[in-house]
Design a binder for this molecule. Structure first.
Ligand code: GTP
Ligand code: MG
Length: 195
């Protein structure tokens, strides 16, 4: 897909704020600081449209980015960030859960995982929860540039084993720094939305 236009639409804190456009939505899930916003920026070749920070837990709403008139990227709040109160975390959890289970325009969840480390308990729980509920998911392992190329496949294997990865799901090796995996991920998205 050629990205001609990419714009931030809204930070939605509830369903009444979801855009009414009836476009397919591609959501990004993953722990705080894993690189969700950076991945969006790389996909649309913009330095900082999706807000990134070295401070985890900054994205606390559903951030909608409209790409051409074709789709939305929906940047979800990162999970597993300890420095917010438990009650607040649970409210976010419910809100995200509602979105993931009931949003009719949601076509695919990109579950973003750090290639360097075995998936955390939260990553494992998220993947199996999505599978259990039949939510379409593509696993994207990012920050590949932080590992030497010769070790990529070893890490991919660990990620897949730890997640009990389902071979019928898509899996993409990614680096926002290098642009690695960008074309492959676009073709998965295009295929998913029938572009
Ligand atoms: P939250 O919004 O807090 O949940 O974080 P996030 O998942 O959106 O992470 P973000 O994109 O803000 O990236 C966190 C940090 O990781 C930033 O310092 C990024 O520059 C860095 N980062 C993200 N992706 C990559 C990558 O592929 N390679 C390298 N080297 N750094 C990355
Ligand atoms: Mg973010």
């Amino acid at each position: 897909m050629k990205v001609n236009q990419a714009e931030f639409i809204i930070s939605a804190v509830g369903p009444s704020q979801y855009p009414p456009d009836a476009l397919p939505e591609i959501a990004l899930a993953g722990r705080s600081n894993v690189g969700k916003s950076s991945l969006i920026n790389r996909m649309i070749q913009r330095k900082n449209l999706a807000r990134t920070s070295s401070q985890p837990g900054k994205t606390q709403q559903l951030n909608y980015y409209k790409i051409n008139s074709d789709l939305f990227f929906v940047d979800l709040p990162g999970y597993g960030y300890a420095r917010v109160s438990k009650s607040k975390r649970e409210i976010w959890g419910k809100f995200i859960e509602e979105y993931l289970l009931h949003r009719e325009y949601l076509k695919l969840v990109l579950l973003v995982i750090d290639l360097r480390h075995p998936p955390s308990k939260d990553d494992q729980a998220m993947y199996s929860w999505l599978k259990h509920h039949g939510v379409p998911v593509c696993v994207v392992t990012t920050k590949a540039d932080k590992i030497t190329k010769g070790h990529w496949q070893k890490h991919v294997k660990i990620v897949k084993e730890t997640l009990q990865f389902d071979k019928s799901d898509h899996f993409v090796l990614f680096s926002s720094e290098l642009g690695l995996g960008k074309d492959e991920l676009w073709s998965i998205i295009e295929q998913t939305i029938g572009y």
